[in-house]
Design a protein around this ligand. Structure first.
Ligand code: HEM
Ligand code: HEM
Ligand SMILES: [Fe+2]
Length: 477
Protein backbone atom coordinates (compact mmCIF):
# COMPACT_ATOMS: atom_id res chain seq x y z
CA UNK A 1 0.00 0.00 0.00
CA UNK A 2 1.40 3.37 -1.01
CA UNK A 3 -1.37 5.78 -0.09
CA UNK A 4 -3.58 5.99 2.96
CA UNK A 5 -6.68 6.54 0.78
CA UNK A 6 -6.31 2.96 -0.45
CA UNK A 7 -7.64 1.90 2.96
CA UNK A 8 -11.17 2.56 1.65
CA UNK A 9 -10.80 -0.81 -0.03
CA UNK A 10 -10.89 -2.44 3.39
CA UNK A 11 -14.47 -1.28 4.03
CA UNK A 12 -15.60 -2.87 0.79
CA UNK A 13 -13.70 -6.08 1.46
CA UNK A 14 -15.17 -6.36 4.96
CA UNK A 15 -18.65 -5.75 3.52
CA UNK A 16 -18.00 -8.47 0.94
CA UNK A 17 -17.01 -10.94 3.68
CA UNK A 18 -20.20 -10.23 5.61
CA UNK A 19 -22.53 -10.50 2.61
CA UNK A 20 -20.75 -13.64 1.38
CA UNK A 21 -21.28 -15.32 4.75
CA UNK A 22 -24.97 -14.39 4.71
CA UNK A 23 -25.27 -15.69 1.15
CA UNK A 24 -24.04 -19.09 2.30
CA UNK A 25 -26.56 -19.17 5.15
CA UNK A 26 -29.39 -18.72 2.65
CA UNK A 27 -27.81 -21.37 0.41
CA UNK A 28 -27.83 -23.90 3.26
CA UNK A 29 -31.46 -23.09 4.03
CA UNK A 30 -32.38 -23.63 0.38
CA UNK A 31 -30.53 -26.93 0.16
CA UNK A 32 -32.48 -28.04 3.22
CA UNK A 33 -35.76 -26.96 1.65
CA UNK A 34 -34.84 -28.99 -1.46
CA UNK A 35 -34.44 -32.01 0.82
CA UNK A 36 -38.06 -31.60 1.84
CA UNK A 37 -37.31 -29.98 5.21
CA UNK A 38 -38.88 -26.64 4.56
CA UNK A 39 -39.80 -25.70 8.13
CA UNK A 40 -39.08 -22.01 7.59
CA UNK A 41 -41.62 -21.80 4.80
CA UNK A 42 -44.26 -19.73 6.67
CA UNK A 43 -41.68 -17.02 7.43
CA UNK A 44 -39.04 -17.24 4.70
CA UNK A 45 -40.36 -19.23 1.76
CA UNK A 46 -38.06 -20.65 -0.93
CA UNK A 47 -39.00 -17.91 -3.39
CA UNK A 48 -37.60 -15.37 -0.89
CA UNK A 49 -34.46 -17.35 -0.09
CA UNK A 50 -33.48 -17.74 -3.72
CA UNK A 51 -33.35 -14.04 -4.73
CA UNK A 52 -31.73 -13.20 -1.38
CA UNK A 53 -29.01 -15.83 -2.02
CA UNK A 54 -28.42 -14.58 -5.56
CA UNK A 55 -28.56 -10.84 -4.86
CA UNK A 56 -26.22 -11.19 -1.90
CA UNK A 57 -23.84 -12.88 -4.33
CA UNK A 58 -24.06 -10.01 -6.81
CA UNK A 59 -23.65 -7.46 -4.00
CA UNK A 60 -20.58 -9.02 -2.44
CA UNK A 61 -18.93 -9.45 -5.82
CA UNK A 62 -19.64 -5.81 -6.68
CA UNK A 63 -18.30 -4.77 -3.27
CA UNK A 64 -15.20 -6.84 -4.08
CA UNK A 65 -14.77 -5.17 -7.49
CA UNK A 66 -15.17 -1.72 -5.95
CA UNK A 67 -12.73 -2.48 -3.15
CA UNK A 68 -10.29 -3.90 -5.70
CA UNK A 69 -10.57 -0.69 -7.73
CA UNK A 70 -9.94 1.56 -4.73
CA UNK A 71 -6.92 -0.56 -3.90
CA UNK A 72 -5.30 -1.09 -7.29
CA UNK A 73 -6.05 2.12 -9.20
CA UNK A 74 -3.78 4.24 -6.93
CA UNK A 75 -1.08 1.54 -7.18
CA UNK A 76 -1.28 1.53 -10.95
CA UNK A 77 -1.52 5.26 -11.61
CA UNK A 78 0.70 6.28 -8.70
CA UNK A 79 -1.53 8.82 -7.01
CA UNK A 80 -4.02 8.70 -4.14
CA UNK A 81 -7.79 8.46 -4.57
CA UNK A 82 -9.33 11.82 -5.43
CA UNK A 83 -11.97 12.94 -2.89
CA UNK A 84 -11.74 9.95 -0.52
CA UNK A 85 -14.67 11.26 1.54
CA UNK A 86 -16.93 10.85 -1.51
CA UNK A 87 -15.73 7.25 -1.68
CA UNK A 88 -16.80 6.82 1.95
CA UNK A 89 -20.25 8.22 1.17
CA UNK A 90 -20.42 5.88 -1.81
CA UNK A 91 -19.62 2.89 0.43
CA UNK A 92 -22.27 3.91 2.98
CA UNK A 93 -24.86 4.40 0.24
CA UNK A 94 -23.99 1.02 -1.27
CA UNK A 95 -24.55 -0.69 2.08
CA UNK A 96 -27.79 1.23 2.72
CA UNK A 97 -29.27 0.33 -0.68
CA UNK A 98 -28.16 -3.30 -0.35
CA UNK A 99 -29.63 -3.74 3.13
CA UNK A 100 -32.92 -2.11 2.07
CA UNK A 101 -33.16 -4.40 -0.96
CA UNK A 102 -32.47 -7.57 1.01
CA UNK A 103 -34.86 -6.65 3.83
CA UNK A 104 -37.46 -5.64 1.24
CA UNK A 105 -37.25 -9.05 -0.45
CA UNK A 106 -38.43 -10.64 2.81
CA UNK A 107 -41.62 -8.57 2.48
CA UNK A 108 -41.87 -9.46 -1.20
CA UNK A 109 -40.95 -5.95 -2.31
CA UNK A 110 -39.35 -6.82 -5.61
CA UNK A 111 -39.75 -6.92 -9.38
CA UNK A 112 -39.71 -10.71 -9.63
CA UNK A 113 -37.25 -10.90 -12.54
CA UNK A 114 -34.49 -13.41 -11.86
CA UNK A 115 -31.29 -11.57 -10.83
CA UNK A 116 -32.93 -8.16 -11.37
CA UNK A 117 -35.36 -8.40 -8.46
CA UNK A 118 -34.37 -5.03 -6.97
CA UNK A 119 -37.46 -2.77 -7.15
CA UNK A 120 -37.38 0.23 -9.48
CA UNK A 121 -36.93 3.05 -6.95
CA UNK A 122 -33.90 1.23 -5.53
CA UNK A 123 -32.59 0.63 -9.07
CA UNK A 124 -32.21 4.38 -9.42
CA UNK A 125 -30.25 4.52 -6.17
CA UNK A 126 -28.03 1.70 -7.43
CA UNK A 127 -27.35 3.74 -10.57
CA UNK A 128 -26.63 6.88 -8.50
CA UNK A 129 -24.18 4.91 -6.35
CA UNK A 130 -22.42 3.48 -9.40
CA UNK A 131 -22.14 6.97 -10.89
CA UNK A 132 -20.56 8.22 -7.68
CA UNK A 133 -18.11 5.31 -7.71
CA UNK A 134 -17.22 5.87 -11.37
CA UNK A 135 -16.74 9.58 -10.74
CA UNK A 136 -14.25 9.00 -7.92
CA UNK A 137 -12.26 6.40 -9.84
CA UNK A 138 -12.60 8.40 -13.08
CA UNK A 139 -11.34 11.60 -11.42
CA UNK A 140 -8.41 9.67 -9.96
CA UNK A 141 -7.50 8.44 -13.43
CA UNK A 142 -8.02 11.89 -14.93
CA UNK A 143 -5.68 13.56 -12.47
CA UNK A 144 -3.03 10.87 -12.78
CA UNK A 145 0.11 11.37 -14.78
CA UNK A 146 0.24 7.76 -15.95
CA UNK A 147 -2.55 5.42 -16.96
CA UNK A 148 -1.86 1.74 -17.63
CA UNK A 149 -3.68 -0.61 -20.00
CA UNK A 150 -4.77 -2.62 -16.97
CA UNK A 151 -6.60 0.27 -15.29
CA UNK A 152 -8.15 1.42 -18.55
CA UNK A 153 -9.59 -2.06 -19.19
CA UNK A 154 -10.80 -2.14 -15.58
CA UNK A 155 -12.45 1.25 -15.88
CA UNK A 156 -14.06 0.41 -19.19
CA UNK A 157 -15.44 -2.80 -17.66
CA UNK A 158 -16.85 -0.96 -14.64
CA UNK A 159 -18.30 1.82 -16.79
CA UNK A 160 -19.99 -0.62 -19.15
CA UNK A 161 -21.30 -2.70 -16.23
CA UNK A 162 -23.05 0.42 -14.94
CA UNK A 163 -24.28 1.30 -18.44
CA UNK A 164 -25.72 -2.14 -19.14
CA UNK A 165 -27.63 -2.07 -15.85
CA UNK A 166 -29.87 0.56 -17.48
CA UNK A 167 -31.16 -1.95 -20.07
CA UNK A 168 -32.73 -3.90 -17.22
CA UNK A 169 -34.71 -0.79 -16.31
CA UNK A 170 -36.48 -0.42 -19.66
CA UNK A 171 -40.24 -0.47 -19.07
CA UNK A 172 -41.90 -3.27 -21.00
CA UNK A 173 -45.24 -5.02 -21.00
CA UNK A 174 -44.51 -8.08 -23.13
CA UNK A 175 -42.64 -10.96 -21.45
CA UNK A 176 -40.54 -11.66 -24.56
CA UNK A 177 -39.36 -8.06 -24.75
CA UNK A 178 -38.78 -8.04 -21.01
CA UNK A 179 -36.71 -11.22 -21.20
CA UNK A 180 -34.81 -9.86 -24.20
CA UNK A 181 -33.56 -6.84 -22.25
CA UNK A 182 -33.00 -8.78 -19.02
CA UNK A 183 -30.24 -10.74 -20.75
CA UNK A 184 -28.51 -7.52 -21.73
CA UNK A 185 -27.76 -7.19 -18.05
CA UNK A 186 -27.44 -10.79 -16.87
CA UNK A 187 -25.59 -12.27 -19.85
CA UNK A 188 -23.68 -9.20 -20.97
CA UNK A 189 -22.47 -8.71 -17.43
CA UNK A 190 -21.07 -12.15 -16.70
CA UNK A 191 -20.10 -13.09 -20.24
CA UNK A 192 -19.04 -9.62 -21.33
CA UNK A 193 -18.12 -6.64 -19.23
CA UNK A 194 -17.41 -8.48 -15.98
CA UNK A 195 -14.87 -10.52 -17.93
CA UNK A 196 -13.03 -7.27 -18.61
CA UNK A 197 -13.01 -6.55 -14.88
CA UNK A 198 -11.79 -10.08 -14.21
CA UNK A 199 -9.13 -9.79 -16.93
CA UNK A 200 -7.86 -6.52 -15.46
CA UNK A 201 -7.73 -7.93 -11.92
CA UNK A 202 -5.91 -10.99 -13.25
CA UNK A 203 -3.43 -8.78 -15.09
CA UNK A 204 -2.76 -6.70 -11.96
CA UNK A 205 -2.29 -9.75 -9.76
CA UNK A 206 -0.08 -11.54 -12.28
CA UNK A 207 2.04 -8.42 -12.65
CA UNK A 208 2.56 -8.19 -8.93
CA UNK A 209 2.88 -11.85 -8.12
CA UNK A 210 4.95 -13.20 -11.00
CA UNK A 211 7.02 -10.16 -11.90
CA UNK A 212 6.66 -10.86 -15.64
CA UNK A 213 6.98 -7.67 -17.73
CA UNK A 214 3.94 -5.45 -18.04
CA UNK A 215 4.25 -5.46 -21.81
CA UNK A 216 3.75 -9.23 -21.99
CA UNK A 217 0.98 -9.38 -19.41
CA UNK A 218 -1.01 -6.56 -20.98
CA UNK A 219 -0.63 -7.97 -24.49
CA UNK A 220 -2.41 -11.10 -23.24
CA UNK A 221 -5.03 -8.97 -21.53
CA UNK A 222 -5.95 -7.47 -24.90
CA UNK A 223 -6.17 -10.95 -26.45
CA UNK A 224 -8.65 -11.99 -23.74
CA UNK A 225 -10.65 -8.78 -24.17
CA UNK A 226 -10.78 -9.39 -27.93
CA UNK A 227 -11.98 -12.99 -27.50
CA UNK A 228 -14.63 -11.82 -25.03
CA UNK A 229 -16.09 -9.33 -27.48
CA UNK A 230 -15.86 -11.70 -30.42
CA UNK A 231 -17.90 -14.38 -28.68
CA UNK A 232 -19.81 -12.90 -25.74
CA UNK A 233 -21.85 -10.19 -27.46
CA UNK A 234 -23.65 -12.36 -30.02
CA UNK A 235 -23.37 -15.27 -27.61
CA UNK A 236 -26.33 -13.59 -25.86
CA UNK A 237 -28.30 -15.54 -28.45
CA UNK A 238 -28.07 -18.69 -26.29
CA UNK A 239 -30.75 -17.09 -24.11
CA UNK A 240 -33.00 -16.25 -27.07
CA UNK A 241 -33.72 -19.82 -28.17
CA UNK A 242 -37.08 -20.30 -26.49
CA UNK A 243 -38.39 -16.89 -25.43
CA UNK A 244 -40.28 -15.97 -28.59
CA UNK A 245 -37.52 -14.23 -30.57
CA UNK A 246 -36.92 -15.06 -34.29
CA UNK A 247 -35.43 -18.45 -35.27
CA UNK A 248 -32.13 -17.05 -36.51
CA UNK A 249 -31.07 -16.71 -32.88
CA UNK A 250 -30.75 -20.50 -32.75
CA UNK A 251 -27.80 -20.30 -35.16
CA UNK A 252 -26.29 -17.10 -33.91
CA UNK A 253 -26.55 -18.18 -30.27
CA UNK A 254 -25.13 -21.64 -30.94
CA UNK A 255 -22.15 -20.50 -33.01
CA UNK A 256 -21.03 -17.53 -30.95
CA UNK A 257 -21.68 -18.96 -27.51
CA UNK A 258 -19.74 -22.08 -28.50
CA UNK A 259 -16.76 -19.74 -29.00
CA UNK A 260 -17.08 -18.20 -25.54
CA UNK A 261 -15.00 -20.82 -23.71
CA UNK A 262 -12.01 -19.56 -25.74
CA UNK A 263 -11.84 -16.37 -23.68
CA UNK A 264 -11.82 -18.38 -20.44
CA UNK A 265 -9.32 -20.85 -21.87
CA UNK A 266 -7.19 -17.85 -22.82
CA UNK A 267 -7.25 -16.61 -19.24
CA UNK A 268 -6.29 -20.01 -17.84
CA UNK A 269 -3.39 -20.48 -20.28
CA UNK A 270 -2.27 -16.91 -19.65
CA UNK A 271 -2.24 -17.27 -15.85
CA UNK A 272 -0.44 -20.61 -15.89
CA UNK A 273 2.09 -19.40 -18.47
CA UNK A 274 2.87 -16.24 -16.47
CA UNK A 275 3.18 -18.23 -13.25
CA UNK A 276 5.70 -20.55 -14.90
CA UNK A 277 7.59 -17.75 -16.52
CA UNK A 278 7.87 -15.67 -13.37
CA UNK A 279 8.31 -18.51 -10.95
CA UNK A 280 6.28 -18.86 -7.80
CA UNK A 281 8.68 -17.01 -5.59
CA UNK A 282 6.52 -14.17 -4.36
CA UNK A 283 6.09 -14.72 -0.63
CA UNK A 284 2.30 -14.42 -0.82
CA UNK A 285 1.81 -17.79 -2.47
CA UNK A 286 -1.81 -17.97 -1.40
CA UNK A 287 -2.65 -14.93 -3.52
CA UNK A 288 -1.07 -16.62 -6.54
CA UNK A 289 -3.02 -19.81 -5.85
CA UNK A 290 -6.33 -17.92 -5.78
CA UNK A 291 -5.34 -15.99 -8.91
CA UNK A 292 -4.31 -18.95 -11.03
CA UNK A 293 -7.14 -20.98 -9.44
CA UNK A 294 -9.66 -18.36 -10.61
CA UNK A 295 -8.41 -18.56 -14.17
CA UNK A 296 -8.55 -22.38 -14.20
CA UNK A 297 -11.86 -22.78 -12.36
CA UNK A 298 -13.56 -20.15 -14.51
CA UNK A 299 -12.64 -22.19 -17.54
CA UNK A 300 -14.13 -25.31 -15.95
CA UNK A 301 -17.30 -23.66 -14.58
CA UNK A 302 -18.04 -21.08 -17.24
CA UNK A 303 -16.26 -22.41 -20.32
CA UNK A 304 -16.61 -26.17 -20.03
CA UNK A 305 -19.89 -26.43 -18.10
CA UNK A 306 -21.34 -23.49 -20.06
CA UNK A 307 -20.56 -25.21 -23.33
CA UNK A 308 -22.11 -28.40 -21.99
CA UNK A 309 -25.63 -26.93 -22.35
CA UNK A 310 -25.23 -24.07 -24.79
CA UNK A 311 -26.19 -25.79 -28.06
CA UNK A 312 -29.94 -25.64 -28.75
CA UNK A 313 -30.01 -29.41 -29.27
CA UNK A 314 -29.02 -29.84 -25.62
CA UNK A 315 -30.53 -26.70 -24.17
CA UNK A 316 -34.06 -27.67 -25.26
CA UNK A 317 -33.85 -30.37 -22.59
CA UNK A 318 -31.76 -28.70 -19.91
CA UNK A 319 -33.17 -25.15 -20.07
CA UNK A 320 -34.16 -23.80 -16.66
CA UNK A 321 -33.33 -27.02 -14.78
CA UNK A 322 -30.77 -27.75 -12.08
CA UNK A 323 -28.23 -28.12 -14.91
CA UNK A 324 -28.38 -24.32 -15.12
CA UNK A 325 -27.84 -24.07 -11.35
CA UNK A 326 -24.92 -26.50 -11.60
CA UNK A 327 -23.18 -24.32 -14.18
CA UNK A 328 -24.18 -21.09 -12.39
CA UNK A 329 -22.44 -22.15 -9.16
CA UNK A 330 -19.08 -23.14 -10.59
CA UNK A 331 -19.00 -20.32 -13.14
CA UNK A 332 -19.66 -17.61 -10.56
CA UNK A 333 -17.28 -19.23 -8.13
CA UNK A 334 -14.38 -19.71 -10.53
CA UNK A 335 -14.59 -16.47 -12.41
CA UNK A 336 -15.74 -13.91 -9.91
CA UNK A 337 -15.74 -15.21 -6.35
CA UNK A 338 -12.19 -16.55 -6.67
CA UNK A 339 -10.77 -13.42 -8.30
CA UNK A 340 -12.27 -11.26 -5.52
CA UNK A 341 -10.82 -13.63 -2.89
CA UNK A 342 -7.49 -13.43 -4.76
CA UNK A 343 -7.31 -9.66 -4.62
CA UNK A 344 -8.32 -9.64 -0.94
CA UNK A 345 -5.64 -12.25 -0.20
CA UNK A 346 -3.11 -10.07 -1.98
CA UNK A 347 -4.20 -6.72 -0.56
CA UNK A 348 -4.70 -7.56 3.13
CA UNK A 349 -1.02 -8.15 3.97
CA UNK A 350 -0.15 -5.03 1.99
CA UNK A 351 -2.64 -2.92 3.92
CA UNK A 352 -2.02 -4.29 7.39
CA UNK A 353 1.67 -5.23 7.26
CA UNK A 354 0.87 -8.74 8.49
CA UNK A 355 1.79 -11.97 6.75
CA UNK A 356 -1.01 -14.31 7.75
CA UNK A 357 -0.74 -16.00 4.36
CA UNK A 358 1.78 -18.34 5.89
CA UNK A 359 -0.91 -19.91 8.12
CA UNK A 360 -2.22 -23.40 7.42
CA UNK A 361 -5.75 -22.01 7.68
CA UNK A 362 -5.21 -20.17 4.39
CA UNK A 363 -4.43 -23.45 2.66
CA UNK A 364 -7.43 -25.04 4.32
CA UNK A 365 -9.65 -22.18 3.14
CA UNK A 366 -8.47 -22.62 -0.44
CA UNK A 367 -8.75 -26.39 -0.68
CA UNK A 368 -11.90 -26.94 1.40
CA UNK A 369 -13.84 -24.26 -0.44
CA UNK A 370 -12.73 -25.43 -3.86
CA UNK A 371 -13.29 -29.13 -3.24
CA UNK A 372 -16.61 -28.26 -1.57
CA UNK A 373 -17.93 -26.25 -4.50
CA UNK A 374 -16.79 -28.84 -7.05
CA UNK A 375 -18.60 -31.55 -5.06
CA UNK A 376 -21.70 -29.33 -4.85
CA UNK A 377 -21.54 -28.87 -8.60
CA UNK A 378 -21.37 -32.64 -9.07
CA UNK A 379 -24.38 -33.16 -6.79
CA UNK A 380 -26.33 -30.57 -8.78
CA UNK A 381 -25.21 -32.21 -12.03
CA UNK A 382 -26.52 -35.60 -10.96
CA UNK A 383 -29.78 -34.06 -9.67
CA UNK A 384 -30.05 -32.05 -12.89
CA UNK A 385 -29.54 -35.05 -15.17
CA UNK A 386 -32.16 -37.00 -13.21
CA UNK A 387 -34.53 -34.02 -13.45
CA UNK A 388 -34.02 -33.66 -17.21
CA UNK A 389 -34.63 -37.34 -17.71
CA UNK A 390 -37.73 -37.62 -15.53
CA UNK A 391 -39.31 -34.28 -16.31
CA UNK A 392 -38.35 -33.53 -19.90
CA UNK A 393 -38.04 -37.04 -21.30
CA UNK A 394 -40.37 -39.22 -19.24
CA UNK A 395 -42.84 -36.32 -18.94
CA UNK A 396 -43.32 -36.46 -15.18
CA UNK A 397 -44.75 -33.48 -13.33
CA UNK A 398 -42.29 -30.86 -12.03
CA UNK A 399 -43.21 -31.24 -8.37
CA UNK A 400 -43.27 -35.04 -8.50
CA UNK A 401 -39.75 -34.95 -9.92
CA UNK A 402 -38.60 -32.53 -7.22
CA UNK A 403 -39.60 -35.11 -4.64
CA UNK A 404 -37.75 -37.86 -6.52
CA UNK A 405 -34.49 -35.91 -6.45
CA UNK A 406 -34.62 -34.81 -2.79
CA UNK A 407 -31.80 -37.19 -1.84
CA UNK A 408 -29.31 -35.52 -4.13
CA UNK A 409 -29.61 -32.42 -1.99
CA UNK A 410 -28.39 -34.35 1.01
CA UNK A 411 -25.16 -34.88 -0.93
CA UNK A 412 -25.16 -31.24 -1.95
CA UNK A 413 -25.59 -30.18 1.67
CA UNK A 414 -22.60 -32.25 2.81
CA UNK A 415 -20.46 -30.73 0.07
CA UNK A 416 -21.78 -27.28 0.96
CA UNK A 417 -20.69 -27.76 4.59
CA UNK A 418 -17.13 -28.38 3.39
CA UNK A 419 -17.31 -25.18 1.33
CA UNK A 420 -18.70 -23.30 4.32
CA UNK A 421 -15.87 -24.53 6.56
CA UNK A 422 -13.35 -23.27 4.02
CA UNK A 423 -15.02 -19.89 3.71
CA UNK A 424 -15.25 -19.66 7.52
CA UNK A 425 -11.47 -20.18 7.74
CA UNK A 426 -11.00 -17.44 5.14
CA UNK A 427 -13.25 -15.01 7.01
CA UNK A 428 -11.57 -15.74 10.36
CA UNK A 429 -8.17 -14.98 8.83
CA UNK A 430 -9.60 -11.82 7.29
CA UNK A 431 -10.64 -10.71 10.78
CA UNK A 432 -7.25 -11.68 12.21
CA UNK A 433 -5.50 -9.38 9.76
CA UNK A 434 -7.06 -6.48 11.65
CA UNK A 435 -7.44 -2.97 10.34
CA UNK A 436 -5.22 -1.31 7.73
CA UNK A 437 -2.33 0.73 9.14
CA UNK A 438 -2.97 4.41 9.76
CA UNK A 439 0.62 5.45 9.18
CA UNK A 440 2.45 4.24 6.10
CA UNK A 441 5.77 4.17 7.92
CA UNK A 442 4.37 1.24 9.90
CA UNK A 443 4.61 -0.86 6.75
CA UNK A 444 7.88 -2.69 6.13
CA UNK A 445 10.26 -1.24 3.58
CA UNK A 446 11.63 -1.35 0.97
CA UNK A 447 9.16 -0.50 -1.73
CA UNK A 448 10.26 -2.65 -4.59
CA UNK A 449 7.87 -1.34 -7.19
CA UNK A 450 10.73 0.39 -8.94
CA UNK A 451 12.59 -2.90 -9.29
CA UNK A 452 9.51 -4.33 -10.89
CA UNK A 453 9.20 -1.53 -13.44
CA UNK A 454 12.82 -2.03 -14.33
CA UNK A 455 12.27 -5.67 -15.21
CA UNK A 456 11.78 -7.94 -12.24
CA UNK A 457 14.92 -8.39 -10.23
CA UNK A 458 14.33 -10.94 -7.53
CA UNK A 459 15.02 -9.43 -4.13
CA UNK A 460 15.28 -11.20 -0.83
CA UNK A 461 14.51 -9.81 2.55
CA UNK A 462 14.04 -11.66 5.77
CA UNK A 463 14.07 -15.01 4.03
CA UNK A 464 11.28 -14.10 1.62
CA UNK A 465 11.81 -13.57 -2.07
CA UNK A 466 9.70 -11.27 -4.15
CA UNK A 467 9.44 -9.56 -7.45
CA UNK A 468 8.33 -6.00 -7.89
CA UNK A 469 6.45 -5.79 -4.70
CA UNK A 470 6.59 -4.45 -1.23
CA UNK A 471 7.61 -7.42 0.86
CA UNK A 472 5.69 -8.14 3.96
CA UNK A 473 7.82 -9.87 6.46
CA UNK A 474 6.07 -9.28 9.72
CA UNK A 475 4.20 -12.17 11.23
CA UNK A 476 1.30 -11.62 13.60
CA UNK A 477 2.38 -11.35 17.21
C1 HEM B 1 -23.53 -23.14 1.23
C2 HEM B 1 -23.31 -23.19 -0.04
C3 HEM B 1 -24.41 -23.08 -1.04
C4 HEM B 1 -25.57 -23.78 -1.13
C5 HEM B 1 -26.06 -24.87 -0.22
C6 HEM B 1 -26.27 -23.27 -2.29
C7 HEM B 1 -27.51 -23.72 -2.70
C8 HEM B 1 -28.24 -23.20 -3.72
C9 HEM B 1 -29.57 -23.64 -4.11
C10 HEM B 1 -30.34 -24.76 -3.45
C11 HEM B 1 -29.95 -22.87 -5.15
C12 HEM B 1 -31.30 -22.92 -5.87
C13 HEM B 1 -31.32 -23.97 -6.93
C14 HEM B 1 -32.71 -24.02 -7.52
O1 HEM B 1 -33.55 -24.75 -7.01
O2 HEM B 1 -32.97 -23.31 -8.47
C15 HEM B 1 -28.89 -21.94 -5.45
C16 HEM B 1 -28.91 -21.00 -6.45
C17 HEM B 1 -27.80 -20.29 -6.85
N1 HEM B 1 -26.59 -20.20 -6.17
FE1 HEM B 1 -26.07 -21.22 -4.51
N2 HEM B 1 -25.52 -22.30 -2.88
C18 HEM B 1 -24.38 -22.15 -2.16
C19 HEM B 1 -23.33 -21.30 -2.45
C20 HEM B 1 -23.24 -20.54 -3.58
C21 HEM B 1 -22.06 -19.86 -4.02
C22 HEM B 1 -20.72 -19.83 -3.27
C23 HEM B 1 -22.37 -19.26 -5.21
C24 HEM B 1 -21.51 -18.45 -6.11
C25 HEM B 1 -20.25 -18.39 -6.13
C26 HEM B 1 -23.75 -19.57 -5.51
C27 HEM B 1 -24.42 -19.14 -6.62
C28 HEM B 1 -25.74 -19.45 -6.92
C29 HEM B 1 -26.41 -19.00 -8.13
C30 HEM B 1 -25.80 -18.15 -9.23
C31 HEM B 1 -27.70 -19.53 -8.08
C32 HEM B 1 -28.79 -19.38 -9.14
C33 HEM B 1 -28.60 -20.52 -10.14
C34 HEM B 1 -29.54 -20.49 -11.30
O3 HEM B 1 -29.45 -19.58 -12.11
O4 HEM B 1 -30.37 -21.38 -11.42
N3 HEM B 1 -24.25 -20.34 -4.50
N4 HEM B 1 -27.86 -22.15 -4.56
C1 HEM C 1 -18.25 -16.41 -15.69
C2 HEM C 1 -19.06 -16.59 -16.66
C3 HEM C 1 -20.44 -17.14 -16.50
C4 HEM C 1 -21.28 -17.07 -15.43
C5 HEM C 1 -21.05 -16.39 -14.08
C6 HEM C 1 -22.49 -17.77 -15.82
C7 HEM C 1 -23.61 -17.92 -15.02
C8 HEM C 1 -24.85 -18.31 -15.47
C9 HEM C 1 -26.08 -18.22 -14.74
C10 HEM C 1 -26.21 -17.70 -13.30
C11 HEM C 1 -27.07 -18.65 -15.54
C12 HEM C 1 -28.56 -18.65 -15.21
C13 HEM C 1 -29.09 -17.33 -15.69
C14 HEM C 1 -30.57 -17.11 -15.54
O1 HEM C 1 -31.34 -18.07 -15.73
O2 HEM C 1 -30.96 -15.97 -15.25
C15 HEM C 1 -26.47 -19.04 -16.80
C16 HEM C 1 -27.15 -19.53 -17.88
C17 HEM C 1 -26.54 -20.05 -18.98
N1 HEM C 1 -25.19 -20.06 -19.27
FE1 HEM C 1 -23.76 -19.22 -18.18
N2 HEM C 1 -22.34 -18.26 -17.09
C18 HEM C 1 -21.10 -17.91 -17.54
C19 HEM C 1 -20.55 -18.22 -18.76
C20 HEM C 1 -21.14 -19.04 -19.70
C21 HEM C 1 -20.51 -19.50 -20.92
C22 HEM C 1 -19.09 -19.17 -21.34
C23 HEM C 1 -21.44 -20.27 -21.57
C24 HEM C 1 -21.33 -21.02 -22.87
C25 HEM C 1 -20.27 -21.50 -23.36
C26 HEM C 1 -22.66 -20.26 -20.78
C27 HEM C 1 -23.83 -20.89 -21.11
C28 HEM C 1 -25.02 -20.69 -20.46
C29 HEM C 1 -26.30 -21.11 -20.98
C30 HEM C 1 -26.57 -21.85 -22.28
C31 HEM C 1 -27.26 -20.70 -20.06
C32 HEM C 1 -28.78 -20.89 -20.14
C33 HEM C 1 -29.21 -22.04 -19.32
C34 HEM C 1 -30.69 -22.29 -19.47
O3 HEM C 1 -31.15 -22.41 -20.61
O4 HEM C 1 -31.39 -22.40 -18.46
N3 HEM C 1 -22.43 -19.52 -19.64
N4 HEM C 1 -25.09 -18.84 -16.74
FE1 LIG D 1 -25.20 -16.37 -21.26
Amino acid sequence: MHYLSQRIAYLFFATAMLLFSLQLVYGLLMAQAHMGWDGLHPWVPFNVMRPVHMNLLLMWLLAGFMGASYYLVPEEVKRPIVLPWVALVQWAAFVAVGVTAIVGFHFQWWEGRKFLEIPRPLDWLVVADLVLFLLVIGATLWRAERRTGTVLVLYFGLLSAAGFYLFGMIDTVHPTVDSFWRWWVVHLWVEGVWELIMGALLAFLLLRLTGVDREIIEKWLYVVVGLTFLSGVLGTGHHYYWIGTPDYWLWIGAIFSALEPLAFLGMAVWAVAMMRRGGRRHPNRMALMWTVGAAIMSFVGAGFLGFAHTLPQVNRFTHGTLITAMHGHLAFWGAYAMIVLAIITYAMPQMTGRAIYRNWTQHYAFWASNIGIVAMTLALAVAGIAQVYLERMAGMDFLVVQREIEWHFFGMLLAALLLVSGVAAYVVDFIRYGLPVSDLSELPEPDLDAAHEGGAQPVTRGGAVGYGDRLVGRDPA
